[in-house]
Design a protein around this ligand. Structure first.
Ligand code: TYD
Ligand code: MG
Length: 465
């Protein structure tokens, strides 16, 4: 009988050490190394001392190259992010802040998928009754009547992984949902549920289940303050697909984003709005994000941002107001703080817009988060427009990265962005000057090229006439 071993696992990054350490050598966190006892498995070994073989190498040309068949998922925005439907035997992680709508969206999926075969929904977070109440809400039709409950959706509240696996054996579902992976534990491990080692071991076991049985497994995971699932990013390596559900809790829009996908494109997004009856699909996000726009108001600029392969028009708002006390504040909502500082500095130094005694607020309407520098120009225009109290040309979109010398730098996929802007009726686009002029600009929109931020602001009618 092999002896149990002790090891120490960092709760922040998952680093394993055989010695107890006060500080994690990988991520530098203090007091994060937690003791864990591993009882080695007493599996049979072959005469050669190796593991018995359950796999066999196959010749590449013998392996079928057909695209995997997928279970059709009748929620188009969700299916788009998965790269089609649900791949049998795949394991998907859905992460996001608490209360953002992960359970709601997965229950909606479960209700739809239960029409095709048994679905097992394992919850360690909510009672069966709570889930039933939610399901009733999701099944209400716009007219107010309740749609029929599918008979093949099974619920169980369980957190012991062995018990969950036994339920799976009995139910034989096509789809298994575990809400959430942080509540699941393997009883033979000493660490508590939600710890790095428990989460990782449970997820690995569920992965084996998916691969061996062909059941599609969806894990729900909470994001910690640092933005990584379960503290470390350990889970991301175990699963096939990682989706994040993001959005502002106080706004309706929710973005489902794929950050890893073995079966489709990454950084694809699906757009939803949280409503009375759960997450409703938003097939035309640009229209939705611009719906409440006040045309000709100072401090507003429209940018076309790429979310995966999809262009989305969003409004950026800037507001400046004289600093009343202490240091001027810079408050971004939906754009990166450091990009805002950079844009403000370039506006001051290269364009001559005085911001030294101004508080600056920048807001992305609709709760979207823009991380790409292509939004710099629109951020700059929104701020300059507010300082000067002159509206940005209302029928134009602004696209471009701002460099430290005040130059406007090119961005990717300009064609797709311009076509989307034209589709939504915008007449003009202010973009960085092209170096290569091989292809003509798309039809239906006037493209105004600018070399510098100053020139772009002129074209946007913020600077002079
Ligand atoms: P939930 O799915 O429980 O979030 P998570 O699993 O990510 O923690 O969503 C909770 C929020 O969604 C809660 O604030 C209520 C709201 N909600 C609606 O607005 N409409 C609905 O139809 C449902 C079911 C929930
Ligand atoms: Mg939940």
């Amino acid at each position: 009988m092999p002896k149990p071993r002790t090891r120490y696992v960092c709760q922040e990054c998952g680093r394993v050490s055989v010695r107890p350490l006060g500080r994690c050598p990988s991520c530098g966190a203090w007091n994060s190394m937690v003791e864990e006892v591993i009882v080695p498995e007493t599996g049979s070994k072959t005469a050669s001392g190796g593991t018995p073989l359950t796999s066999a190498p196959r010749r590449l040309h013998e392996i079928s190259g057909d695209v995997e068949e997928r279970l059709p998922l009748p929620i188009a925005e969700f299916a788009r992010v998965l790269g089609g439907g649900i791949v049998p035997g795949s394991i998907v992680l859905i992460g996001g802040d608490p209360g953002i709508g992960k359970s709601t969206l997965t229950l909606q999926m479960a209700l739809r998928m239960a029409a095709l075969g048994p679905v097992l929904y394992v919850s360690g977070e909510e009672s069966e009754r709570q889930i039933k109440m939610r399901a009733l809400r999701l099944l209400r039709s716009p007219a107010g009547e309740t749609l029929p409950m599918p008979s093949d959706l099974l619920l169980v509240t369980e957190t012991n992984l062995d018990a969950i696996l036994r339920h799976v054996e009995n139910v034989k579902p096509r789809l298994l949902i575990v809400d959430s992976i942080q509540t699941v534990y393997r009883p033979e491990m000493s660490s508590s549920a939600g710890s790095v080692s428990q989460v990782r071991e449970s997820a690995s076991r569920l992965r084996e289940l998916a691969k061996s049985s062909g059941i599609a497994v969806f894990l729900i995971g909470h994001v910690t303050k640092e933005g990584a699932i379960a503290g470390p990013r350990v889970l991301e390596h175990i699963v096939d697909t990682v989706l994040y559900l993001e959005g502002d809790r106080f706004q309706a829009y929710r973005l489902l984003r794929s950050v890893k996908n073995r079966f489709g494109a990454t950084s694809e997004v699906g757009v939803f709005a949280m409503g009375e009856r759960g997450m409703e699909e938003v097939p035309n996000p640009s229209e939705a994000f611009l719906a409440e726009r006040m045309v000709n108001a100072p401090g507003s600029a429209i940018v076309v941002t790429m979310e995966g392969t999809r262009p989305i028009l969003v409004e950026l708002q800037g507001l400046t107001s004289p600093t009343s006390f202490g240091n001027p504040r810079r408050t971004p909502n939906g754009v990166d703080f450091n990009r805002l500082l950079l844009v403000a500095a370039v506006l001051t130094r290269r364009v001559g817009v005085r911001l030294g005694e101004q508080d600056i607020f920048v807001n992305v309407v609709g709760g979207l988060k823009i991380t790409e520098p292509a939004a710099d120009l629109a951020v700059a225009a929104a701020i300059a427009s507010s300082v000067k109290d002159r509206p940005v040309r209302a029928d134009a979109v602004l696209i471009g990265e701002v460099g430290l010398s005040g130059e406007l730098r090119s961005v990717s996929q300009l064609d797709i962005r311009l076509r989307e802007a034209a589709k939504l009726g915008f007449k003009a686009a202010i973009v960085p000057r092209r170096l290569r002029r091989s292809l003509p600009w798309p039809e239906g929109i006037e493209v105004l090229e600018a070399r510098s931020l100053r020139q772009a602001l002129d074209l946007a009618q913020v600077q002079k006439n």
